[in-house]
Design a binder for this molecule. Structure first.
Ligand code: OVM
Length: 408
């Protein structure tokens, strides 16, 4: 067994793992999670997080194994701190994220057919043109906010149109997503601040998910067409469209923003990328490993399980620190370095196993198209001010990222 801190000893004996006093959702932790991950990883393969009443895993091996074992670590009782078997969920559960097989496999299969490589290839010319036009606008500005003007601007130009939601009020998507991702954590001040202003956004999203409000030819309508063939009910279709709107915006917004942060703070890697544009795919992937947008998700144990000597009873919440796993030195060499030489495959920034991100190809498309537009146009990307964080219980989010670019 790993050595625990003195304070942790009595609990450690009771559970067979160290007890940690850290609250992974307090504001200091959320503002700089990477400062805290090492102590959680080093404490042991499994820890007891007494402040939230959940087990935690922050090492790559255990996080990946838990994600792989969806029968033991189920999602149907919620992937936040709330146990849906005991508490009312914040919203009707997602039929993908918060579902187990067999329901999950049916909904996921249907959605996989909609978010296909073929569908993405059809969008590519339009999405590339948007990325190029946006890059030209940014070059005119030279100094801009890489969050508002790029990280948010690009997904908001391409993604809502792909789904087919109404143009009016789209900015509500960002408010809705922030509230949704906050709701996976405890009902702390971060949650309450977002929730207090989410009412209009929740109502807007509910309307946007209705068949009659979705544009023909979009992915939203395609879900209802699956309902027409009997693959799901129309109530399920409505909830599945909600998944697109919940998971498809804030994730890519912060993913693209962090990629720019990575490149602005690693000028040698930007230079290398300009010399070898074929590395664009890896540049995006490595930015997700280096700074994982979705920092954490919970699972709930569906049976008693023993992990490295720790007994985890059935019905326990287990917090999986995806971002900490992606920087575990037991798995990655010099993990804190953003490095285009690295083989990034195996990172858990998109999760792993049956719930692995449905939209991962969409996210990659967006990230790569942004890079492919910037690489030939931009010689240098520099920070032009201090990045400002936006605290969220699940996402590592940026509020603003002032940068300056030099034309090629
Ligand atoms: C959903 C959903 C919501 C938030 C995140 C997510 C990362 C999925 O409604 O299915 O996946």
């Amino acid at each position: 067994m790993e050595r625990a801190s003195t304070q942790a000893e009595p609990q450690a004996l009771a559970r067979g793992c160290p007890t940690l006093p850290v609250d992974p959702f307090d504001e200091a932790f959320l503002a700089d999670p990477y400062a805290h991950h090492e102590s959680i990883r080093d404490a042991g393969p499994v820890v007891w997080l007494e402040r939230i009443g959940a087990f935690g895993m922050a090492r790559y091996a255990q996080v990946q194994a838990a994600l792989r074992d969806h029968e033991t670590y189920c999602s149907g009782r919620g992937v936040g701190l709330a146990d849906f078997a005991k508490e009312e969920p914040w919203r009707p559960p997602s039929l993908l994220l918060e579902a187990d097989p067999p329901l999950h496999d049916r909904t996921r299969g249907l959605m996989n057919r909609i978010v296909s490589l073929k569908a993405l290839k059809a969008l590519r010319p339009t999405w590339a043109a948007h990325a190029e036009a946006l890059a030209d606008e940014l070059l005119e500005k030279r100094r801009f906010d890489a969050v508002a003007d790029l990280g948010e601007a690009y997904p908001m130009r391409v993604f809502p149109d792909a789904i087919g939601v109404p143009a009016e009020g789209r900015e509500q998507l960002l408010v809705y997503a922030a509230a949704t991702f906050n709701a996976f954590g405890p009902r702390n001040a971060v949650f309450e601040r977002g929730n207090a202003i989410a009412g209009d956004a929740v109502a807007w999203v509910a309307q946007a998910c209705k068949r009659e409000n979705l544009a023909p030819g979009g992915w939203g309508r395609a879900v209802y067409e699956a309902a027409d063939t009997g693959e799901c009910t129309s109530e399920e279709a409505e909830r599945l469209v909600r998944s697109f709107l919940s998971a498809g915006v804030d994730t890519t917004v912060n993913g693209i923003s962090h990629m720019i942060l990575a490149l602005a703070t690693h000028p040698d890697q930007w230079e290398r990328l300009r010399a070898e544009p074929g590395l664009a795919k890896r540049a995006f992937e490595e930015s997700l490993r280096w700074d994982s947008t979705v920092q954490t998700f919970f699972r709930t144990t569906a049976r008693d399980v023993t992990v490295e000597g720790t007994s985890i009873p059935e019905g326990s919440k287990v917090l999986l620190f995806l971002a900490a796993a992606n920087r575990d030195p037991r798995r990655w060499e010099a993990p804190d370095r953003y490095d285009l030489s690295r083989a990034t495959s195996g990172h858990v920034g998109f999760g792993f196993g049956i719930h692995q991100c449905l939209g991962q190809m969409v996210a990659r498309f967006e990230g790569e198209l942004v890079l492919e537009a910037l690489i030939p146009r931009v010689r240098e990307i520099r920070l032009a001010g201090e990045p400002e964080r936006r605290l969220n219980n699940t996402l590592h989010a940026i509020a603003s990222l002032p940068v300056e670019i030099e034309p090629a």
